[in-house]
Design a protein around this ligand. Structure first.
Ligand code: HEC
Length: 209
């Protein structure tokens, strides 16, 4: 259960081994990449707008891994929208993944070959909280800064931020610190170096053509 407020709604994140058994690989790829369920409804909260950038090989590896998981008991799909949920969607406060994908403006190309992997990671990992244009996001749960902030970081300071969640000023961060404990340790030193190459000299996002 991720969220439960009678007036807004309830969000249950389904049991992955069970969901994967109930769907074809094409359906899974469409949920991950396009945020679309088999009945055409968009997923919500799941950051498909970032996973949209996963290449076919990585997405295939994730699906293969999920198939290898043993069945575990746990909640199935469920949830509902309370009276204010649809209102939040209508006024654009909560956005469906498919809508976020439709609004995405591609981030600038990598300026050098060593920044190519960094761009891929920025889009598929960091954009989930920093916005698809990496320009930062204000949500009901958190505020994340524009990634141009990395221009102020040396490579060493950026590595420390990714590895420990401690920023330049040394103050305690909240969500990024959690992220540096849970998911960012999976990044290799080479991936962090490439991420730094990309973000340290990030050009301004181009307006849509
Ligand atoms: C789970 C959400 C989440 C993810 C994923 C995430 N961030 Fe953040 N990040 C935040 C939030 C929220 C902040 C604002 C400070 C805080 O509350 O921790 C932040 C702050 C930052 C800052 C500013 C630090 C400062 O100097 O104040 C940088 C730089 C940053 N993130 C880089 C990244 C990079 C690079 C990635 C991808 C590898 C990433 N973040 C992934 C949520 C996230």
């Amino acid at each position: 259960m991720l969220f439960d407020q009678p007036i807004i709604g309830r969000l249950i994140v389904p049991n992955l081994p069970a969901s994967v058994r109930a769907r074809s690989d094409t359906e899974l790829a469409n949920i991950i990449r396009n945020g679309l369920r088999p009945d055409g409804r968009s997923v919500f909260v799941m950051p498909s707008e970032a996973f949209n950038y996963l290449n076919d090989a990585d997405r295939g590896r994730i699906i293969a891994f999920l198939h290898s998981l043993p069945a575990t008991p746990g909640p199935g799909p469920g949830g509902f929208l309370g009276p204010l949920g649809p209102l939040g969607i209508v006024i654009g406060q909560f956005k469906m993944a498919a809508q976020l994908i439709a609004e995405t403006v591609p981030v600038p190309q990598a300026a050098s070959p060593d920044a190519v992997t960094g761009r891929y990671i920025a889009q598929s990992v960091c954009a989930h909280c920093h916005g698809t244009n990496l320009g930062g996001q204000t949500t009901p749960a958190f505020v994340s800064p524009d990634q141009h902030i990395v221009a102020a970081y040396s490579a060493e300071a950026f590595t420390r931020l990714m590895r420990t969640g401690v920023p330049l000023g040394g103050q305690k961060l909240g969500m990024l610190r959690e992220e540096s404990r849970m998911n960012l340790p999976l990044l290799t030193d080479a991936e962090i170096a490439s991420l730094y190459s990309y973000l340290h000299t990030l050009p301004d996002a181009q307006p849509p053509r």
